[in-house]
Design a protein around this ligand. Structure first.
Ligand code: IMP
Ligand code: MG
Length: 181
């Protein structure tokens, strides 16, 4: 799999030490409020598992499954909610966890949907945020790393459902992203 990468962008040890910092910040911010984490699958799986184990506080966990990509390296803007039941958010302090903030479509749609269910508060935590102009403005309250606008894989992030199991984050080779003619 490493041959498919242009380069490694963020090493595993760097990811994990940044998670120590994020977890400490989140634990301090929610010291007096019980947290309900809503993780956006599948991309946030590794991030969720490693981050939440660093938060030594009572919390509830729910997962959402959405799709916006349809297998291409560009977002379609249409966000489909794949599960039937929405997590219970009424009267709770919600922290949405996602792998990456790119165009903003996914997180904006999730945020809008959860807000209709009357939570007490909603914050957003992403492992990665691309430096770019977004189609929809989304404020991320917690950001692991700001990255350039390049297509990355690994540590949960996929290209056509592959590379999620890489323990680090790498930039995918450009020739692999191009669609076959
Ligand atoms: P957005 O709706 O464009 O913000 O995209 C969010 C979703 O697109 C993420 O949750 C990822 O699943 C996917 N995505 C965006 N950029 C990348 C990338 O560089 N690598 C892998 N997946 C990405
Ligand atoms: Mg994806």
């Amino acid at each position: 799999m490493q041959d498919d990468l242009d380069r490694i962008l963020i090493h595993e040890t760097t990811i994990l030490s940044r998670l120590d910092q994020l977890a400490a910040q989140i634990s301090a911010d929610y010291r007096e409020r019980e947290l309900t984490v809503i993780a956006v699958l599948n991309g946030s799986l590794m991030f969720m598992a490693d981050l939440l184990r660093r938060i030594p506080r009572p919390l509830k966990l729910d997962c959402l499954s959405v799709a916006s990509y349809h297998g291409k390296a560009e977002t379609s803007g249409e966000v489909i909610f794949k599960q039937i039941a929405m997590p219970d958010v009424m009267g709770r302090h919600i922290l949405i966890l996602d792998d990456i903030l790119d165009s903003g479509h996914t997180l904006a749609a999730i945020r809008d949907k959860l807000e209709t269910a009357k939570p007490l508060s909603v914050r957003v935590c992403v492992l990665l945020s691309k430096k770019k102009t977004r189609a929809r403005a989304v404020h991320a309250d917690y950001v692991g790393f700001e990255i350039e606008d390049e297509f990355v894989v690994g540590y949960g992030l996929d290209f056509m459902e592959r590379y999620r199991n890489l323990p680090y984050i790498g930039v995918l080779r450009n020739d692999l992203i191009k669609e076959p003619a």
